[in-house]
Design a protein around this ligand. Structure first.
Ligand SMILES: C[S@@+](CC[C@H](N)C(=O)[O-])C[C@H]1O[C@@H](n2cnc3c(N)ncnc32)[C@H](O)[C@@H]1O
Length: 372
């Protein structure tokens, strides 16, 4: 089976490492995605375990077409009853780069019609379309004449971990949070602090990584469970084998602060939902007034980078971050993720590592400082 795991730009290497560890074969990195081969077990495992995949697409057909009619005929040939039924709903996602198909909406419409007509011929009725919460999300990818039809084995997307029941204004995506923690290669020796923790995503992802809690542990369902060939026994064994490896102790303290009471209470609710209240400590605290910690540790954080703070203030804000780090965090290792690259330069410390990442389309940076 040929799969494509989608991710954020900049996390492709981390994702390919995860896939290799899970047992995927023929791993090939492409932009914002990693292609790989595997069987059904690998597909279940990747969905359950990968922290940096956004979704896993399974390529079910590849054909060549140079007009809408050929596209329709080829899509209609696929045995859609293996994935869908007339009481279920479906949606089409599309990516089209082709002079033969200059109207991508029409290409998606022809694909949708071909699937509906497949069922009308078979059963006399057709499944309905639901673009928001479909039972089956289908992906149409056209590159010139090459048409690839995939089904989304993850739906809903894998960043929907199931623990974030309270949001603050600018939460970091769960996949991105896991990605930056894995990029930092933390070991469970030193305490980890997110001093601007918002809704607690970095804290929860860090705890899950250190405790070996599978990324999909809190989720109720995955797209593949709705396929007609879903193997319950295999899925239960994949899940049980992974859950057996969950550890009890992080080996360090994980601490979250925020200046905003609403953020701390959102974190508290999410952490409790993730059953991690015993491993994560929270305190309402202004980072700029923080007291010196007894022992050095690791900071992983994403400060505000929004244009809501006016430019002059945001530069000042980052300058203050730098000053606080210099004064209070001697011998600490600090990782900062920000979508405001210019503001990052105002921190006034020399990064020992810099990684370009994209939060969606926003060019961002992940910087590391070793403070002496
Ligand atoms: C981009 S958000 C962090 C989002 C978080 N990673 C999450 O997943 O929800 C930045 C956070 O910094 C907090 N903040 C701003 N100024 C602060 C300060 N001086 N001290 C501590 N926290 C601060 C804000 O309240 C906000 O929750």
């Amino acid at each position: 089976m040929q799969f494509t795991a989608k991710t954020f730009q900049g996390l492709e290497d981390i994702l390919s490492g995860e896939l290799r560890q899970i047992g995927a074969k023929d791993i090939q990195i492409i932009k914002r995605a990693v292609r790989f081969k595997g069987d059904k077990e690998v597909m279940y495992k990747v969905n359950y375990l990968s922290r940096t995949a956004i979704k896993i697409l399974w390529e079910i057909d590849v054909f060549y077409a140079d007009d809408y009619d050929k596209l329709y005929k080829n899509v209609k040939k696929i045995k859609w009853n293996n994935f869908l039924d007339t009481d279920k709903t479906y949606a089409i996602d599309k990516t089209v780069y082709s002079k033969f198909f200059n109207n991508s909406h029409f290409a998606a419409l022809k694909t949708k019609d071909a699937i509906a007509d497949f069922f009308t011929d078979l059963k006399g009725i057709r499944p309905s379309v639901d673009t928001r919460n479909p039972d089956l999300r289908i992906n149409l990818h056209i590159s010139n004449k090459k048409c690839t039809i995939s089904v989304d084995t993850s739906e809903p997307a894998l960043f929907k971990r199931g623990y974030r029941i309270q949001r603050t204004e600018a939460p970091i995506n769960e996949v991105l949070a896991a990605g930056i923690i894995l990029l930092s290669g933390i070991k469970n020796k030193k305490n980890i602090i997110d001093p601007m923790c918002g809704s607690g995503t970095i804290l929860i992802e860090a705890a899950n990584i250190l405790l070996n809690i599978p990324a999909g542990y809190y989720r109720k369902n995955f797209g593949f469970q709705k396929f007609s060939d879903f193997n319950t026994e295999l899925w239960v064994s994949v899940k049980n084998n992974a859950d057996k490896l969950i550890k009890k102790d992080t080996g360090c303290r994980i601490i979250g602060h925020d200046i905003d009471f609403k953020a701390i209470s959102a974190s508290r609710i999410n952490i409790s939902r993730a059953n991690l209240s015993n491993v994560i400590d929270l305190q309402l605290k202004n980072f700029f007034r923080i007291a010196k910690h007894k022992e050095p540790g690791i900071i992983i954080t994403n400060p505000p980078y929004d244009v809501r703070l006016k430019e002059k203030n945001i530069f000042e804000f980052y300058k203050n971050i730098g000053n606080t780090l210099k004064r209070k965090f001697t011998n600490w290792t600090v990782y900062i993720f920000s979508g405001n690259i210019e503001a990052l330069t105002k921190i006034g410390l020399k990064p020992t590592e810099k990684t370009d990442l994209y939060a969606g389309n926003l060019k961002s940076q992940y910087v590391k400082y070793e403070l002496y």
